[in-house]
Ligand binder design. Structure first.
Ligand code: SF4
Length: 284
């Protein structure tokens, strides 16, 4: 095994083992959500059972068979997801699990979480964790032009007047916020870097740069909605740092970001950010 392959494997392993509580929450909610769906399907069969028998004696069984197939698909998909999370590998016929998780399971999990008084933030954070694992399982490696680093506007120092949304190169690189370091990383790796102030601008940036993979930094809410909006485009989510609370002078875990670049680039240069490196404290 080459040094690069072992770095990639170490990153995959680290990312999979981190946040096991979030994974447990996800597994619990996805199991609950699939039991809920299967229960509803069974009810769909039981309720019209008597009425259908009057149309034709075999009609209830035809409906029952169709619903049993659906129950099987839901059960297989959720079992596939759980095993994928635990083993880090896809089961046969479950390659499109990310789409299923995003479109069906996440809304149901948020609903179930609400019933069980689990906060949306916790459910979203577990969803991001699992999405990242599915992206790690499915995504390959890309050239620098195929990767977009998408950043939230709240990283910019709140006292800085530079307009960065349309051109991040307007930054004067004074070092009072993480934008300077991000520009240096994007130049070193040759990847696109952009700042989005909301979903509409994020979509415009994606259309303009046409990436094959997005590495996005944001809070739980923006990351989970971004992952949903851009599906089937894979988004690897990195949670931002919030030393001053949400949406104000936020930070980037630079080491995690660089590790993700090392993982997804075909031939990355040697990493530069040390594991314990932190962002400069914003001067306010
Ligand atoms: S590094 Fe300095 S100039 Fe650039 S965005 Fe941050 S505060 Fe503004």
């Amino acid at each position: 095994m080459t040094a690069k392959e072992s770095r990639v494997e170490a990153f995959d392993h680290l990312d999979r083992t981190a946040g096991s509580a979030r994974k447990r929450l996800f597994i619990g909610l996805i199991t609950g959500a699939s039991i809920l769906i299967c229960g509803l399907l069974v009810l769909l069969w039981v309720i019209p059972y008597i009425g259908l028998a009057q149309i034709h004696p075999t009609a209830p069984w035809v409906l029952g068979l169709a619903l049993a197939v659906l129950v099987g698909i839901v059960g297989w998909a959720s079992l596939g997801l759980v095993l994928n999370i635990l083993l880090g590998r896809s089961l046969p016929l479950t390659r499109r699990l990310r789409g299923l998780t995003i479109k069906i399971f996440l809304p149901l999990m948020v609903l179930l979480g609400k019933i069980l008084s689990i906060s949306k933030e916790r459910v979203r954070s577990s969803f991001i964790k699992v999405n990242n694992e599915l992206v790690l399982t499915e995504a390959g490696r890309y050239t620098p032009e195929q990767i977009l680093l998408l950043m939230p506007h709240c990283l910019q120092n709140s006292r800085c007047d530079m307009r960065l949304t349309y051109d991040i190169n307007n930054c004067k690189r004074c070092g009072k916020c993480p934008i300077k370091e991000l520009l240096e990383i994007s130049e070193r790796y040759g990847v696109h870097l952009a700042i989005a102030t909301g979903g509409t601008i994020a979509r415009r940036i994606v259309v303009q740069t046409r990436p094959r993979l997005i590495i996005a930094v944001a809070c739980e809410r923006d990351l989970s909605s971004g992952i949903q909006d851009t599906y089937p485009l894979p988004v690897f989510g990195v949670m931002n740092l919030r030393p001053h609370g949400p949406c104000l002078d936020t930070g980037v875990p630079m080491h995690d970001l660089e590790q993700a670049l090392q993982r997804f680039l075909i031939d990355p240069p040697a990493p530069t950010v040390l594991p314990m490196a932190t962002n400069p404290a914003p001067s306010r």
